[in-house]
Design a protein around this ligand. Structure first.
Ligand code: MN
Length: 235
């Protein structure tokens, strides 16, 4: 049986009818990795998070706007654009329950930042304003190659990707500052920005700061989705 992978949605409530949505690249990447993608709509009732998780084998946390800084005890920076409050509450519930249930998780961009915050970590609210990096991390052209990351050899990520230097895209303006409990930084750019994390003593939780779904025609990026699907088999 192919495992069912739940994919979190973004949420828009500006118009007459609020809607959940996400980009097709995510589900295409799961299909290519031989999983069954299912979109998880944003809902008010957080109890639904647990019911959904019982039906899925693995969880893909997608990208989005910023984690509300109140979650890690800071006031918002002027460059911070918070995720819709309904998505924030639902995603938060989903991650908490998923961790309790030991579900395999692949977290991308905002998803990785949120996992870090859920585990008690904090974020750099705007890399550029803080003068943290000479590298451009928010590449608005969404190029397929923005910078290279160096992967720690002693990591799940290295086992998945199979190489030490990986060319990635980069469309984030925030990054992990203090690592959450149990998280290990497993890839960095030359400027020291954490580009990947994994949760230690856990079946499978890998977070990346880049968007592998947009480069899934490269074997090293597609491998992340295969690893999630593999970890989700027969659970
Ligand atoms: Mn980057």
């Amino acid at each position: 049986m192919k495992p069912v992978i739940g994919i979190t949605c973004d949420y828009e409530a500006e118009g007459m009818q609020p809607y959940s949505f996400t980009y097709r690249d995510y589900s295409d990447a799961i299909i290519a990795a031989h999983g069954i993608p299912v979109l998880l709509p944003v809902m008010k009732d957080t109890n639904t998070a647990g019911l959904l998780l019982e039906k899925i084998d693995g969880l893909l946390l997608t990208g989005g706007d910023d984690v509300p800084p109140q979650r890690y005890g800071e006031e918002p920076h002027k460059k911070t654009i918070c995720i819709h409050p309904d998505r924030d509450i639902f995603d938060h519930a989903l991650i908490c329950v998923a961790l309790r249930m030991k579900k395999p998780v692949l977290a991308i961009c905002y998803g990785a930042q949120l996992v870090n915050v859920v585990l008690g970590g904090s974020l750099i609210q705007d890399i550029q304003s803080e003068g943290m990096s000479p590298l451009a991390h928010k590449d608005l052209r969404n190029r397929r190659y923005t910078h290279t990351v160096t992967v720690e050899k002693n990591s799940i990520l290295y086992k998945i990707i199979g190489k030490e230097h990986v060319e990635t895209n980069s469309v984030h303006h925030q990054a992990i500052r203090r690592l959450g409990k149990g998280l290990k930084g497993t890839a960095r750019t030359p400027d020291g920005i954490i580009e990947a994390v994994e949760l230690q003593d856990y079946p499978f939780l890998v977070g990346v700061q880049w968007h592998p779904e947009r480069m899934a025609d490269f074997p090293c990026h597609a491998a992340l989705f295969r690893a999630l699907v593999k970890a989700s088999v027969s659970r």
